[in-house]
Design a protein around this ligand. Structure first.
Ligand code: ATP
Ligand code: MG
Length: 188
């Protein structure tokens, strides 16, 4: 892999996963938490995601798909293996590189009923990834939320609604609008 800071090579995969492993300890007891063994949630997976491509990871329940996603999002630390994003290893980033990386990726969770805050209006939920690091006016964020709602096929007039009034499919669209709000990179 090229060293950090090397200009982007458009033929190179956007994401490269090499022999990635994640083992979780299985413990017993409350106080001493004796380790009984390990769950091999991800056991040596290797794949490339090309730029601009849709990539599906399919497998039976419990085979490790969500764990792979959590490793890519750096919610979990790997037992071993490497992941490259745009040619750069993601588990050994400087704080600035990590921030840049976390801005470039997004997740849409499986369950649209627990992934949206019931206390936030749609514009707040949708623009939360932007508001964490940005300082625009409330009006600008509402405008962005309205655009994103249109993009996912929902009425932009709903920006001040709460999620309880939407169906599961509509909520999943709201979660997609949120994931798109910081313009995650999938090509270019
Ligand atoms: N934090 C954890 N601690 C211990 N074991 C875990 C943890 N997270 C996941 N596991 C185990 O790792 C394995 C893979 O789980 P994972 O959630 O990645 O599966 P999945 O492929 O996403 O399944 P599904 O299709 O049901 O969503 C399972 O056996 C699960 O019990
Ligand atoms: Mg899963």
């Amino acid at each position: 892999m090229p060293p950090a800071g090397t200009p982007m090579n458009h033929n190179e995969a956007l994401v490269r996963v090499v022999d990635l492993k994640k083992f979780f300890p299985v413990r017993k007891g409350v106080l001493f938490r004796k380790e009984l063994g390990q769950v091999h949630a991800v056991n040596g997976i290797t794949f490339d995601v090309p730029r601009g491509a849709s990539f599906g990871l399919v497998g039976e329940s419990g085979c490790g798909k969500t764990t792979v996603a959590k490793l890519l999002l750096r919610i979990e630390a790997p037992t071993s293996g490497e992941v490259y994003y745009d040619g750069k290893e993601i588990f050994h980033q400087s704080p600035e590189e990590e921030l840049q990386y976390l801005r470039a990726i997004s997740i849409v969770f499986q369950d649209p009923f627990s992934s949206l805050s019931p206390r936030m209006q749609l514009w707040e939920t949708i623009t939360e990834p932007l508001r964490i690091s940005g300082h625009r006016s409330k009006r600008k964020y509402k405008e962005r939320a309205a655009e994103l709602l249109k993009t996912v096929g929902l009425d932009p007039r709903h920006i001040e609604s709460y999620p309880h009034r939407f169906s599961g499919g509509q909520r999943q669209r709201i979660a997609i609008a949120r994931a798109l709000s910081s313009s995650p990179q999938s090509w270019s």
